[in-house]
Design a binder for this molecule. Structure first.
Ligand code: SF4
Length: 348
C-alpha cells in the first residue's frame, strides 16, 4: 500500500510542487485532458444559489444567465460545437454558477456534444450538489455525463456525493484551499475516503476581480507578483504530505493557480491557432501573426492579390510575413489571439 503512494506521487523529494501541480494516486480523467489543453470550458450560467466569499466569478457574469465557451459568449448551445471543434478539444468541463440551476440546458449540452463528438468525448460537471437528487443524476448519467465534481459547501454537498456514488460515473470533490483550514481539509479527506469518493481536487485559492475585496477583508493576501493567495499552496502541500503518511487509499490532486494561465490556457490556444490558422498566418506558441502591407514595389501588390497570396480585408491588405519580407514590401506585423474573430494584441 505504501509503495503505491511512493510510485504515484508527484511531490518532489523536498516537498515542493511544480507548476503543473502535484498529486497522490491517480489523476481524474478530466484533469489528464485539461493538462494537455484538450478540455474546453463551458460556462452554463452565472446563476448560483450559494454565496461563497471566495467566489472567483467576475461581476460581468455573476448572477447573469449568460453562457460562455472558453470565454466566448454564446447564445445557442449549437455554437458550443463550433468553439469546441475549433479548439480541438476532446472534452468539456461544465461550470458556472451552478449548471444544475439550468438543468435542461445542461442536459441538452451534454447530449448535443456526445451526439456530435461521440461517446469518447469526456464531460465533467461542477456543482455544490444543492439541486442534486436521484432524478437529476439519472438525467445527467443518461445524457452521457462522465464525471461529477462536488464543491463541498454544506451538508447537502455530502448528501449529493452519497447520491452520486450510486451511479456508474466518476465522482469527486473539488474545493479551493483556504489558508489555515488544515484540520477542516483533513476531515474532508477522511470523510471522502470513508465514503469511497474517487478523487479530491484542491485548487490554490485565487484572487480575482470578483473576490478581491472579500478576500482582503478576511485577511487573505496575494502572493507577490501572483493572483494566488499566500499560504494556500503551503497548506495543500502539507495536506498531501499528511495523506502520504496516513496511508489513506485516496487520490488527492493539488492544482496551482499558475497552471491555468501557463499550461491549460496556452495549450488550448495553441491547438486553436493550429486548427483555425488562415493561409497568411504564422503560429507562434498560442498566438498568430501576419503582415499588414503599407506599400510594395510597383505591380507586386496586384500580383499577390491575384495569386491568392495577399487578401483585402476591410481597409487592409494582408499577407504572410515571409512573403511581404521576400518581396520587399513595407509592412507591420499584427499579433493576435487565435479567437474568432482574431483578438489583436499588438501591431509593430
Ligand atoms: S458555488 Fe461556486 S459559483 Fe457558486 S458562489 Fe460558490 S464559488 Fe461561486
Amino acid at each position: 500500500m505504501f509503495e503505491r503512494w511512493v510510485d504515484t506521487m508527484s511531490l518532489d523529494i523536498d516537498g515542493s510542487c511544480s507548476d503543473i501541480g502535484c498529486w497522490i494516486g491517480k489523476l481524474p480523467k478530466g484533469c489528464e485532458l485539461c493538462m494537455e489543453g484538450l478540455k474546453s470550458v463551458v460556462f452554463i450560467t452565472g446563476i448560483c444559489r450559494e454565496n461563497c466569499f471566495y467566489c472567483p466569478i467576475s461581476p460581468a457574469r455573476r448572477g447573469k444567465d449568460l453562457m460562455y465557451v472558453n470565454d466566448v459568449l454564446v447564445s445557442n448551445i449549437k455554437d458550443i460545437i463550433c468553439e469546441v471543434e475549433a479548439s480541438g478539444s476532446k472534452g468539456i468541463g461544465l461550470t458556472g454558477g451552478d449548471p444544475l440551476v439550468r438543468l435542461e440546458r445542461t442536459i441538452s449540452t451534454i447530449k448535443l456534444l456526445k451526439d456530435f463528438f461521440g461517446s469518447i468525448f469526456h464531460i465533467h460537471l461542477y456543482t455544490t450538489g444543492l439541486l442534486l437528487n436521484d432524478g437529476v443524476m439519472n438525467k445527467l448519467v443518461n445524457a452521457g455525463l462522465d464525471e461529477i465534481r462536488i464543491h463541498v459547501v454544506n451538508d447537502y454537498s455530502w448528501r449529493a456525493l452519497k447520491t452520486a456514488l450510486r451511479y456508474p460515473i466518476s465522482v469527486g470533490i473539488e474545493n479551493p484551499v483556504l489558508p489555515k483550514m488544515f484540520e477542516n481539509l483533513k476531515e474532508l479527506v477522511i470523510k471522502a475516503h470513508n465514503m469511497g469518493v474517487e478523487f479530491i481536487n484542491l485548487n490554490e485559492l485565487e484572487f480575482s476581480e470578483g473576490n478581491y475585496l472579500s478576500l482582503r477583508l478576511r485577511g487573505f493576501k496575494p502572493k507577490p507578483g501572483s493572483v494566488a493567495a499566500e499560504g494556500s499552496e503551503d497548506l495543500a502541500i502539507r495536506l498531501l504530505e499528511w495523506v502520504k503518511d496516513s496511508g489513506l487509499n485516496v487520490n488527492v490532486h493539488y492544482c496551482p493557480a499558475v497552471f491555468k494561465d501557463k499550461y491549460q490556457y496556452v495549450k488550448r490556444l495553441k491547438r486553436r491557432a493550429l486548427n483555425t490558422k488562415l493561409v497568411f498566418e504564422a503560429v507562434d506558441e498560442g498566438l498568430v501573426r501576419w503582415a499588414s502591407i503599407i506599400s510594395c514595389p510597383e505591380s507586386v501588390l496586384s500580383k499577390l492579390v491575384l495569386s491568392d497570396q495577399a487578401f483585402i480585408i476591410g481597409n487592409e491588405v494582408v499577407t504572410s510575413i515571409k512573403v511581404a519580407r521576400a518581396l520587399g514590401c513595407r509592412y507591420y506585423v499584427v499579433e493576435a489571439l487565435p479567437l474568432t474573430p482574431r483578438k489583436v494584441l499588438n501591431k509593430f
